[in-house]
Design a protein around this ligand. Structure first.
Ligand SMILES: *[C@@H]1O[C@H](CO)[C@@H](O)[C@H](O)[C@H]1NC(C)=O
Ligand SMILES: *[C@@H]1O[C@H](CO)[C@@H](O)[C@H](O)[C@H]1NC(C)=O
Ligand SMILES: *[C@@H]1O[C@H](CO)[C@@H](O)[C@H](O)[C@H]1NC(C)=O
Ligand SMILES: *[C@@H]1O[C@H](CO)[C@@H](O)[C@H](O)[C@H]1NC(C)=O
Ligand SMILES: *[C@@H]1O[C@H](CO)[C@@H](O)[C@H](O)[C@H]1NC(C)=O
Ligand SMILES: *[C@@H]1O[C@H](CO)[C@@H](O)[C@H](O)[C@H]1NC(C)=O
Ligand SMILES: *[C@@H]1O[C@H](CO)[C@@H](O)[C@H](O)[C@H]1NC(C)=O
Ligand SMILES: *[C@@H]1O[C@H](CO)[C@@H](O)[C@H](O)[C@H]1NC(C)=O
Ligand SMILES: *[C@@H]1O[C@H](CO)[C@@H](O)[C@H](O)[C@H]1NC(C)=O
Ligand SMILES: *[C@@H]1O[C@H](CO)[C@@H](O)[C@H](O)[C@H]1NC(C)=O
Length: 675
C-alpha cells in the first residue's frame, strides 16, 4: 500500500490532464446534470433534500404537508417545501444571453379523503431559498404570504396545481404559471382536458415541465402516470427566467393545506435535467481540491510503512460505521447527535446509582449534562437532565434493524410519548437520549409513593396511555407496536400526564423477527401478567397483544395491584384478571377498586374501566377491542363493553371457538415461557 512519491505524482498529473479536458469540453457545449428518483427512501434520500417543518419522506414519497391524520399539530393550515439540496447556476454571467434549459418530469398524487374538501394546492418551484415563508398556508401555497405576495424580491417562479378557488382564480382545478405571486400570470383550467387534480380516490399524474433557455419558452404537459407525454402542452408561456429568479436557484416543490380544505401533497417520482452552467467555477474548485489531494498523498507516502498501515486500519473501522452514522445524520428533523464522551460523563461513567430501569435491549440511565454548550438548548432540552438508554452491543442484531427502528421512532411525536432528544453511535456503542421524566414511572407512583394516586389522576393517566397506543397503532403507513407495555414503562410528568416510554423497541409490524425471546422475559418476572397468552406460542407482538398489556395496566391502576402478583381469595390463588373476572361474575366488581382510594372514586367510571380492562384481557386476541374503541369507551362516547360472566378459554391454535366458557380454574399462567 505504500505509494512511492513518484507513482503518486504520476497519478496526479494524470488526473490533472483528465480534468483539463473535461473543463475545456464543458465550456463549448454545456453538459446536462441529471437527477433521478424513482421512489423516495427516508434514510437514503434525506440528505438530497431540504425539508421544512411539516414536510417529510414517507410511504416512498415526498410529503410536502402532513401525510396522516395523527399529527399532534394537525394537518389543517400547513405549508411545506421540499427542495433539492444544491442550487443550480442558471446562467454564466449577466452579459451572457443564454439561460440553462431544463426538463423535469414528476409523478404527483394529491390525495384526499372522500369526506374532505380538497385544498389548497401544490407547485413545482424555482426559488432562491428552501425555507417556506411564515403563514404561507392556505391560498399562499407555501410560496408567499399576505405580506410578501407579489414582491419582486421573492425571486420565485412556480407552476401551480391549484385545488381551491380564490377570487383571482378561474376555478378549483387549474394549473398556473406563478411569478412571485399566487396570482398566476397565466392559468389553464384542467376541466377541458378531463383531469381532476384531486379526485376522491387520489390518482397518480405525470407532469412534464420543459424550459428552453434559448427561446425562453416554458411548456407544461400532464398525463395519467403510465401514459405518454401528450403532443400539445397544456400551458405554453414565454418567460425570461433571468428577469425573475436568482442566478443560483433551488428546484423543488411547495404545497399547502387550508381549513377546511385539506389534501396530502405527494411526489412519487422526480427527474430533473438542467444544463450545467457551472463549468468554470467547478474547474477551479476541483483544482483546489486536487491541490489538497496532492499534499495529502505526498504526506501519506512520506508517512512510512507503520503509520500507513495504522491509517488504513483505522479507515476501515470508520468505513464500517460511516453508513449508519451517515444515515442517522440524514434523518430529517433528527434530534441532535451526542458525543459518547459527554454521555459517559453525564451518567457518571454509567454508574449503578444512575440506573433508572432496565428495558428491552439495554439499561436506562439518568444523566446530567455538565459543561453544557447550550447550542441547541432552545429546541431540544429544557433542562440539562436526560435519560440515556445504552444498548448492550450483543443485543443489536444488525445495524439495518436498528436504523429501521430509529427511522420509525424519530418520526413518532405525540404528547403522550416520551420524546427522543438525540442519539450517539460511537465505537460500536449505541445510545439513545430521551427526555428525562423527573417524576418517575407509574409503577413508582402506584406502589412506592407515600401519596396514593387519586382517582382523577388515575383516570387521566389511562386516557393518556390509550391515546398514545391509538397513535402508535394507527400511524399512517406503518403500524407500530409497543411490545412492552407495563406500569414501569409509563412515565408521569409533573402534572400527572402519562408519557409512554421505551418504545425504542417498537418495530414496524411486518418485521417477522419481533420476538419475545429477544426481550429476555425470563429475567423480568414483573412483565409476566402483561404478556398476552398467544405470544407464548407465536413469539410475536401484535396490536392485539399491546391491547392485552393495556388491559393489564387498566386493572392494575384501578385495583392498585400488580398483574404479576397472585391474589389469595378464600381457598384459591387468582391472577389479577381472574380475580376481577370472578368479582364481575358475582356482581361485586367494585370490590376490586383499590382500597387505598377509601371510596373516593367515581363509581360509574371505575365500573367502566374495570369492564374495559377485562375486555382487553380477553384470551382470544380477535375479541379484544381496538384502540379507537378503547379511547371512545374511556371518553364515555361508547357504552362500557359487554363482558361475559366467565372468562373464555384460551385455545391454541385459535379455532375461532372463543365463545366456549370455562370454570374459574382455567388459568393459562401455568404455560411456561419455554414452550
Ligand atoms: C436520467 O437518469 C435516469 C437514471 O439514471 C435515466 O433513466 C434517464 O434516462 C436519464 N435521463 C436523461 C435525459 O439522461
Ligand atoms: C386556518 O387559517 C385561517 C386563516 O388563514 C383561519 O381563519 C382559520 O381559523 C385557521 N384554522 C385552523 C384550524 O387553524
Ligand atoms: C428537454 O427535452 C427535449 C425534448 O423533449 C430535448 O430536446 C432537450 O434537449 C431537453 N433538454 C434538456 C436540458 O435535457
Ligand atoms: C376519512 O376521514 C374521516 C374523518 O376524518 C374518517 O373517519 C374516515 O375513516 C376517513 N376515510 C378514509 C377512507 O380514510
Ligand atoms: C411572511 O413571511 C416572511 C418571511 O418568512 C415573514 O417575515 C413575515 O412576517 C410573513 N408575513 C406574515 C403576514 O406572516
Ligand atoms: C418551524 O419550527 C420552528 C421551531 O418549532 C419555528 O421556530 C419556526 O417558526 C417554524 N417555521 C415555520 C415556517 O413555521
Ligand atoms: C386517466 O385515467 C382515468 C382512470 O384510469 C381515466 O378515466 C381517464 O380517462 C384517463 N385520462 C386520460 C386523459 O387518459
Ligand atoms: C407555444 O407558443 C409559441 C408562441 O406563443 C408557439 O410558437 C409555439 O408553437 C407553442 N408551442 C406549442 C407546442 O404549442
Ligand atoms: C414531580 O416532581 C416535582 C419536583 O421533583 C414535585 O414538586 C412534584 O410534586 C412531583 N409531581 C408528581 C406528580 O409526582
Ligand atoms: C397450575 O400449576 C399448579 C401448581 O403447579 C397446579 O396446582 C394447577 O393445577 C395448575 N393449573 C392448571 C390449569 O394446569
Amino acid at each position: 500500500m505504500v505509494l512511492s512519491k513518484r507513482s503518486s505524482i504520476i497519478f496526479i498529473i494524470f488526473c490533472f490532464s483528465l480534468l483539463q479536458n473535461a473543463t475545456i469540453g464543458s465550456s463549448k457545449s454545456p453538459k446536462t446534470k441529471n437527477l433521478s428518483f424513482h421512489d423516495f427512501k427516508e434514510v437514503r434520500d434525506a440528505t438530497s433534500f431540504k425539508f421544512t417543518n411539516f414536510s417529510s419522506i414517507d410511504g416512498g414519497a415526498l410529503q410536502l404537508t402532513p401525510d396522516n391524520e395523527n399529527q399532534p399539530l394537525g394537518y389543517f393550515n400547513k405549508s411545506g417545501r421540499i427542495m433539492y439540496y444544491k442550487p443550480y447556476k442558471l446562467w454564466r454571467s449577466e452579459t451572457d444571453r443564454d439561460i440553462a434549459s431544463f426538463n423535469t418530469t414528476f409523478v404527483m398524487n394529491i390525495y384526499r379523503n372522500r369526506t374532505w374538501n380538497p385544498g389548497e394546492g401544490f407547485a413545482f418551484l424555482i426559488a432562491p431559498e428552501f425555507d417556506v415563508p411564515e403563514e404561507s398556508h392556505g391560498r399562499w401555497l407555501g410560496l408567499t404570504n399576505a405580506s410578501t405576495d407579489g414582491n419582486p424580491e421573492n425571486r420565485l417562479v412556480a407552476v401551480e396545481f391549484d385545488t381551491e378557488k380564490q377570487e383571482f382564480d378561474p376555478d378549483d382545478n387549474h394549473i398556473g404559471l406563478n411569478i412571485n405571486s399566487v396570482r398566476s400570470k397565466t392559468t389553464v383550467s384542467l376541466d377541458r382536458f378531463g383531469f381532476l387534480i384531486s379526485p376522491e380516490t387520489g390518482t397518480d399524474y405525470r407532469v412534464w415541465i420543459q424550459y428552453n433557455g434559448k427561446s425562453k419558452v416554458m411548456e407544461v404537459y400532464m398525463a395519467n402516470r403510465s401514459d405518454e407525454r401528450p403532443k400539445q402542452p397544456f400551458l405554453n408561456e414565454t418567460i425570461n427566467l433571468k428577469d425573475h429568479v436568482k442566478q443560483s436557484s433551488y428546484f423543488g416543490f411547495a404545497a399547502s393545506t387550508g381549513n377546511p380544505g385539506i389534501q396530502f401533497n405527494c411526489v412519487l417520482e422526480w427527474e430533473l435535467q438542467v444544463e450545467d452552467f457551472s463549468g468554470k467555477k467547478d474547474g477551479k474548485w476541483w483544482r483546489i481540491a486536487l491541490g489538497v489531494g496532492v499534499s495529502v498523498m505526498v504526506l501519506l507516502a512520506l508517512c512510512g510503512v507503520k503509520f500507513g498501515v495504522a491509517c488504513v486500519k483505522k479507515r476501515r473501522d470508520l468505513d464500517e460505521d460511516s453508513n449508519v452514522l451517515g444515515a442517522l445524520k440524514r434523518l430529517p428533523g433528527m434530534p441532535r447527535e451526542f458525543r459518547y464522551k459527554d454521555l459517559k460523563k453525564a451518567t457518571n461513567d454509567f454508574h449503578q446509582n444512575m440506573v433508572l430501569g432496565q428495558g428491552g435491549f439495554g439499561v436506562v440511565y439518568r444523566g446530567i449534562l455538565r459543561d453544557w454548550d447550550g447550542r441547541s438548548t432552545s429546541s431540544a432540552l429544557r433542562t440539562n437532565e436526560i435519560a440515556v438508554k445504552k444498548f448492550s452491543r450483543d443485543d443489536i442484531k444488525g445495524k439495518d434493524d436498528f436504523l429501521a427502528e430509529l427511522t420509525i421512532i424519530h418520526r413518532l411525536r405525540h404528547k403522550h410519548l416520551v420524546r427522543l432528544v438525540g442519539w450517539c453511535y460511537e465505537k460500536g456503542k449505541l445510545l439513545l437520549v430521551y427526555d428525562y421524566m423527573p417524576n418517575g414511572s407509574l409503577e413508582k407512583h402506584l406502589y412506592e409513593s407515600s401519596n396514593t394516586l387519586n382517582w382523577r389522576h388515575r383516570h387521566k393517566i389511562l386516557a393518556g396511555v390509550a391515546s398514545a397506543l391509538h397513535y402508535l397503532h394507527n400511524d399512517y403507513d406503518q403500524k407500530v407496536v409497543h411490545r412492552d407495555l407495563k406500569a414501569s414503562n409509563i412515565l408521569l410528568d409533573s402534572d400527572y400526564n402519562a408519557r409512554l416510554g421505551d418504545f425504542g423497541l417498537a418495530r414496524a409490524i411486518e418485521n417477522e423477527r419481533t420476538s419475545y425471546a429477544e426481550l429476555g422475559l425470563a429475567g423480568v418476572p414483573g412483565t409476566m401478567g402483561y404478556v398476552a397468552p398467544e405470544c407464548f406460542h407465536t413469539g410475536k407482538a401484535t396490536p392485539e397483544s399491546d391491547v392485552f398489556g393495556f388491559g393489564a395496566v387498566v386493572l392494575e391502576v384501578v385495583c392498585g395491584r400488580s398483574p404479576g402478583v397472585k391474589i389469595q381469595h378464600e381457598e384459591h390463588q387468582f391472577t389479577l384478571v381472574d380475580w376481577v373476572w370472578m368479582l364481575h361474575r358475582e356482581g361485586r366488581i367494585l370490590e376490586a377498586v383499590d382500597e387505598r382510594l377509601k371510596n373516593e372514586y367515581v363509581v360509574e367510571e371505575a365500573n367502566r374501566l374495570l369492564l374495559l380492562g377485562l375486555a382487553c384481557s380477553h384470551p382470544v386476541a380477535s375479541e379484544r377491542p381496538q384502540t379507537q374503541a378503547i379511547c371512545l369507551i374511556i371518553a364515555e362516547t361508547l357504552p362500557s363493553p359487554h363482558v361475559p360472566p366467565f372468562k373464555p378459554v384460551f385455545t391454541w391454535p385459535n379455532l375461532g371457538l372463543g365463545v366456549a366458557f370455562s370454570s374459574i380454574e382455567s388459568d393459562y399462567s401455568n404455560i411456561t415461557l419455554s414452550s
